[in-house]
Design a protein around this ligand. Structure first.
Ligand SMILES: *Cc1c(COP(=O)(O)O)cnc(C)c1O
Length: 422
C-alpha cells in the first residue's frame, strides 16, 4: 500500500491541502497527516502499518470506541434495506424519541446532516421566532463553518490565526456580536445596548474548541436569566457535549434548560448526522408545520438513524461516572508526569474530555487559552505520535477518551508521556 507521505502528495493534487477539513492536515504541529486504514476499539492503524492508541476518536463521536459491534450490525442491516429513500422511515421517529428521552428540554427534533447545519438552522429558527436579527456568540466558541458564526471561532481559525475568513460578507457578520467566554458582565453590557435586537445567545455550555474550557459558577444560569429578561432564545450547542458530558448533555448535568439545543458528532455513531431540538412552541415553527424553512435531501438517512439509535441505546446503559473517574486519573497522571519533567501544565477536565494546556495560568476563556505554548505542544504531539498515540493536532483541542480505552492503554500512554523531555 502507498505510504501516508505518498498519499498526502497525491491528495494535494485533487483535494485542497490534501484534506477535507483543515485541522486534519497537521500543519500547526509541523508534520504531515497519517492516512488511516482502519480502527477498532481504542486503536487505529495507519496505511504505513503503525498502530496508534487514539485520543481524538473522530473528534468525539466514537465514545463507544471504534467499530462498536451493535452499531456496525445496525448499519449493515439498514444498508441491506436501502441506503436512502428521500421519504419518511420509522427509525427517524425512534431516534427522535431516544433524544427526547435523554435531553430534558427537547420536545421535538429536526434531523440534519452535520453540526454546522444544526447550528445554522437553529439560529434561523431563533431569528424567525423572535423577529430579530442579531446573535451573541462567545470568542473561541465554534459553531460550525456557516458564515455568521465565523468570527472568533476557536480551533481551526485560531490555529491558523485567520481573523474570520475571506468569503464571508461583512453584512453577514455585522449581526454577530461577541463576548469573552465566562464574562457575564460583558454579556449584560451587550444586551443593555442591543437587547431588543438580539434573537439568541449561542454557547458551547462546556467549550471544546479552544481546548476544554468549563463554564464558571453561575455563567450558564446568568445567560438563562439574561435571555429571559430580554426575550432572546438560549441555544446550547451540545454538538460535542451532548451524550458525552453526561448522557443528557451539559443541561442535564448542570440543571439548566436551553430553548434550543444543537447536536451532532455522537448522535450518528460515526455517520454524518446532526440535529436540533427544543420546546414544542419553537420547533413547531419549522416548515412544513410552520413558516421557517429548512430542508435536507439526505436528512433522516436510514443508515445514519439506525447507527444513531444503536449508539444512544448503548450509551443509556453505560457507566459515565466510572469513565469520568478513570479519565480524570489519566489526566492527572499525565499532568504530574509532564510537571516532573519541568513543564508548567494547566489541566481542564470534565467527564471523558480534557485538555493539558502548556501554561501555568488558569484557562477560562479564549485569551487565556492562547497562553498555552504551541511550540511545546507541537513537539509533544510529534513525540506521542512517534510512540503510537494519536492526539489532536492542535493545542486548541480536546483529548477524548472512550468506553473502549483500557487501563493498559492508559499505562502505556503515561509511560510515553514520561519520556517527553521537550
Ligand atoms: C464540531 C462542532 C460543530 C460542527 O459540526 P460539523 O459536524 O463539523 O459540521 C458545531 N459545534 C460544535 C460545538 C462543534 O464542536
Amino acid at each position: 500500500m502507498a505510504s501516508s507521505s505518498d498519499l498526502f502528495k497525491h491528495a494535494q493534487e485533487v483535494l485542497p491541502g490534501g484534506v477535507n477539513s483543515p485541522v486534519r492536515a497537521c500543519k500547526s504541529v509541523g508534520c504531515e497527516p497519517l492516512f488511516i486504514e482502519k480502527a477498532d476499539g481504542s486503536r487505529m492503524w495507519s496505511v504505513d502499518g503503525q498502530e496508534l492508541i487514539d485520543y481524538v476518536m473522530s473528534w468525539g463521536p466514537m465514545i463507544l470506541g471504534h467499530g462498536y459491534q451493535a452499531i456496525k450490525d445496525a448499519a449493515h442491516k439498514a444498508v441491506d434495506m436501502g441506503a436512502s429513500f428521500g421519504a419518511p422511515c420509522p427509525d427517524e421517529i425512534t431516534l427522535a424519541e431516544e433524544i427526547i428521552k435523554m435531553i430534558p428540554s427537547i420536545d421535538m427534533v429536526r434531523m440534519v446532516n452535520s453540526g454546522t447545519e444544526a447550528t445554522m438552522s437553529a439560529l434561523r429558527l431563533a431569528r424567525g421566532v423572535t423577529g430579530r436579527d442579531k446573535v451573541l456568540k462567545f470568542e473561541g466558541c465554534y459553531h460550525g463553518h456557516s458564515d455568521c458564526f465565523l468570527a472568533s471561532a476557536g480551533s481551526g481559525l485560531a490555529t491558523f490565526c485567520i481573523p474570520g475568513t475571506p468569503g464571508v460578507p461583512e453584512g453577514t457578520v455585522k449581526d454577530t456580536l461577541l463576548a469573552p467566554y465566562n464574562d457575564l458582565a460583558a454579556v449584560k453590557a451587550v444586551f443593555e445596548k442591543e437587547g431588543k435586537n438580539i434573537a439568541a445567545i449561542i454557547v458551547e455550555p462546556v467549550a471544546g474548541n479552544m481546548g476544554l474550557v468549563l463554564p464558571a459558577e453561575g455563567f450558564l444560569q446568568g445567560l438563562r436569566d439574561i435571555c429571559d429578561e430580554y426575550g432572546a432564545l438560549l441555544i446550547f450547542d451540545e454538538v460535542i457535549t451532548g451524550f458525552r458530558v453526561a448522557s443528557g448533555g451539559v443541561q442535564k448535568r448542570f440543571g439548566i434548560e436551553a430553548d434550543l439545543t444543537t447536536l451532532g458528532k455522537i448522535i450518528g455513531g460515526g455517520f454524518p448526522v446532526g440535529a436540533y431540538g427544543g420546546k414544542r412552541k419553537y420547533m413547531s415553527r419549522i416548515s412544513p408545520c410552520g413558516d421557517v424553512y429548512q430542508a435536507g435531501t439526505l436528512s433522516g438517512n436510514p443508515v445514519a438513524m439506525a447507527a444513531g439509535i444503536a449508539t444512544l441505546r448503548t450509551l443509556q446503559k453505560q457507566d459515565y461516572d466510572a469513565l469520568e473517574a478513570r479519565t480524570l486519573k489519566l489526566a492527572q497522571d499525565l499532568k504530574a508526569a509532564l510537571e516532573a519533567n519541568g513543564f508548567s501544565i494547566h489541566l481542564n477536565h470534565i467527564a471523558s474530555i480534557f485538555t493539558l494546556f502548556f501554561t501555568d495560568k488558569p484557562v477560562t476563556d479564549f485569551e487565556s487559552a492562547k497562553n498555552g505554548n504551541a511550540d511545546v505542544y507541537s513537539a509533544f504531539y510529534r513525540h506521542m505520535r512517534a510512540n503510537g498515540f494519536n492526539l489532536a493536532p492542535s493545542s486548541f483541542e480536546c483529548t477524548f477518551t472512550s468506553f473502549a480505552h483500557s487501563e493498559a492503554d492508559y499505562e502505556a500512554t503515561l509511560e510515553a508521556v514520561k519520556s517527553f523531555k521537550g
